[in-house]
Design a protein around this ligand. Structure first.
Ligand SMILES: CC(C)(COP(=O)(O)OP(=O)(O)OC[C@H]1O[C@@H](n2cnc3c(N)ncnc32)[C@H](O)[C@@H]1OP(=O)(O)O)[C@@H](O)C(=O)NCCC(=O)NCCS
Length: 206
């Protein structure tokens, strides 16, 4: 794929803000294809749709998955079939997402409970200085926009996590949870919230 790259002049209103002026850089292929970074080691299933300004490396994406703009998916992540990953979401190493999972906008996963910039000798940490803690999102679950999921958590099948939640513990199958920390809410059942779901999904009361 041929690419061309260059500088675009700043609009006048932005020049006022930047002294000396900065330049916007753009990179685009000759067919006006969108800007994406999909590393050669990414395994993509059939019918995957990936929008602009995404960064994927070392991950595995199933069939018919939709990945919104400004999503980053790191190495070792597995995304099942028919999942929707909405824009601005960050999926870090250690995360496994089963089939038919919905991930809202701006969802953040975590894989290091006590992160540090440097190691004991003051050098920037490397992969050897910390251990990755996994997270599992089971089939049919939905994670609301703006949610943060701490590491070491399993979100059960068909569970629903409300927008803006901070998930600190496992979420049972079919539960509807929300808030910080996320707790079961007085809500319609997950079965009602998910079209065509079966009766095995149960509502958890407070
Ligand atoms: C959690 C959710 C599924 C509940 O929906 P619902 O069953 O219609 O629930 P209700 O609106 O009847 O609310 C039930 C209770 O939960 C509370 N609640 C609902 N959503 C909440 C949220 N995100 N955070 C905190 N509390 C929430 C309500 O205030 C209400 O509390 P009350 O019983 O004390 O009055 C929904 O509110 C939600 O957050 N969905 C995610 C939407 C999203 O992120 N979409 C992404 C794509 S746009």
């Amino acid at each position: 794929m041929q690419t061309r790259a260059g500088k675009s002049p700043l609009p006048d209103w932005l020049k006022i803000l930047h002294d000396p002026p900065v330049q916007f850089y753009y990179s685009m292929n000759t067919a006006q294809e969108p800007c994406k970074r999909i590393a050669p080691d990414v395994k993509l299933g059939k019918g995957v749709r990936i929008y602009d300004f995404t960064n994927l490396y070392g991950c595995e994406i199933g069939d018919d998955v939709k990945i919104g703009t400004f999503v980053e998916i790191q190495k070792g992540v597995k995304v099942g079939n028919r999942c929707k990953i909405s824009s601005h979401t960050f999926i870090c190493e250690g995360v496994t997402i089963e089939d038919e999972v919905f991930i809202g906008h701006n969802v953040t996963f975590i894989n290091d409970r006590y992160p540090r910039a440097t190691n004991g000798t003051g050098q920037l940490q490397t992969q050897a200085d910390w251990s990755c803690i996994g997270t599992l999102i089971k089939r049919g679950a939905s994670i609301g926009s703006g949610t943060t999921l701490l590491c070491g958590i399993t979100v059960g099948e068909n569970a629903v996590v409300g927008a803006g939640s901070v998930v600190t513990k496992d979420v049972p199958c079919g539960a509807v949870v929300a808030g910080n920390p996320a707790r079961p809410v007085n809500s319609r059942s997950a079965a009602e919230l998910i079209p065509n779901s079966d009766s095995s999904v149960h509502h958890i009361s407070k």
